[in-house]
Design a protein around this ligand. Structure first.
Ligand code: GRF
Length: 189
């Protein structure tokens, strides 16, 4: 029996990584339980996707709170209310602040579409192409106060093809992301 098996997702957009994890859980291949999905974007497709699968969902918009601390205090309250032990950032487009980090020390992970520590931040796949790397990939890591900066849990490499565009490379990396995130969660739980 492990400590970190009740998962809360933080999302901002599409939610394909979250869906891949939900598929693994549903198939009985990942001993974890999704408890809640929280988005900072009310229109995020990830929210509708989670709701269709019967999960509790919640939109919390940063601009409706006085400051980041108040915003994160509410996120923490909701996660705790659902008994969440592991927080998975799956396309959550915000830097975790001190309130969130302190509430879940070493219990927040993120997936990023590059072989960190190369290419943190936005449009990592375009950064990799611009630099001419021959190996790209994705990383699951613990979250700390540095953007895409925490300790690495798992990585997968993807060969860059000479004719790759940001779209084609992103699509191949994404396919690997979908497998990697569940694998990393399995390692943690
Ligand atoms: C993924 O590429 C992930 O690595 C990055 O944001 C994207 C989210 O995609 N952090 P999705 O919402 O999981 O489909």
């Amino acid at each position: 029996m492990s400590l970190s098996k009740k998962i809360g997702f933080l999302v901002s957009g599409r939610g394909s990584n979250m869906a891949a994890v939900l598929d693994e859980i549903a198939a009985g291949r990942l001993a974890a339980e999704a408890r809640v999905v929280i988005s900072d974007q009310p229109e995020a497709p990830a929210l509708a996707l989670a709701a269709r699968r019967g999960l509790p969902t919640l939109a919390l918009e940063r601009q409706k709170f006085a400051d980041r601390r108040a915003f994160e205090t509410e996120i923490v309250r909701e996660l705790r209310a659902r008994g969440v032990e592991l927080v998975v950032l799956a396309g959550f487009m915000r830097l975790a602040g001190p309130t969130l980090l302190a509430a879940f020390p070493d219990r927040i992970i993120n997936i990023h579409p590059s072989l960190l520590p190369a290419f943190p931040g936005l449009r990592a796949q375009a950064q990799a192409l611009a630099r001419g790397v021959k190996l790209a990939g994705c990383t699951v890591h613990f979250v700390n106060e540095v953007i895409d900066g925490g300790r690495i849990i798992a990585q997968a490499a993807v060969k860059v093809r000479p004719d790759d565009t940001e779209e084609t490379l992103s699509a191949r990396i994404l396919a690997r992301e979908h497998r990697l995130l569940s694998r990393a969660i399995a390692e943690i739980v």
